[in-house]
Design a protein around this ligand. Sequence first.
Ligand code: SF4
Ligand code: FES
Length: 257
Amino acid sequence: MSTLSNLTLKIWRQAGPDAQGRFETHQIPEISDEASFLEMLDILNERLIEEGKEAVVFDHDCREGICGTCSLMIDGQAHGPSKGAATCQIHMRVFQSGDEIVIEPWRASAFPIIKDLMVDRAPLDRIVEAGGFITAPTGGAPDANLIPIPKPVADSSMDAAACIGCGACVAACPNAAASLFTSAKLAHLNLLPQGQAERFKRSEAMVETMDEHFGSCTNHGECEAACPKDISIDNIAVMNQDYRKAKFKNRSKLSRV
Ligand code: SF4
Ligand code: FES
């Protein structure tokens, strides 16, 4: 374990959605390199509260890369410098003594700032809601061999299901598109036999809800680079295929595609 010294934080402060925002500078004289990035913010907040100042508002919950709430832009990178990690999984050892670290909220018009570093990511929920239910039987767990699924297909569906809905893909995209998120949510159901019954209805509803809130994908690929769960951009191609098929006139024949 070693100690980092003389860190300068430039943190975005904004009192509310319509208030004027500004960067505020804070010094961190010393911090263990084993501290997580969010623990560093906790320590700063304890100090601010002791000084009678307002703590910096930021979103977090699980602090282990599961919930997707820790949405911070660190030095211009969604979730910071570590590949395949959410903000809460970053440790201070990725920084150097004397570093200046710029911390901002996700920047996208679909994600209005609630306060400081916390944004409202509800439009992602609207997309999921538009997907509706799946026609899968409930009750006792069926025999695992009852529905044969090729392993690469099952793996691909599981990989897509790893999306934590953090919104980093939107924040990293120059168009603020939500295609990676939407395609991941579609793929984990659409690839499996159990997801076929509503596949085209779901694809149409979710893509059109996405288009109401977010920009269009122009294949920059920043989403894939920023994603803490390494969601593949291939899912976007599959989503676009399914959306096109969903627009066929004769849907009764769509189970053949
Ligand atoms: S696709 Fe990746 S970056 Fe986008 S919401 Fe899901 S986990 Fe986050
Ligand atoms: S706090 Fe849950 S993913 Fe970071």
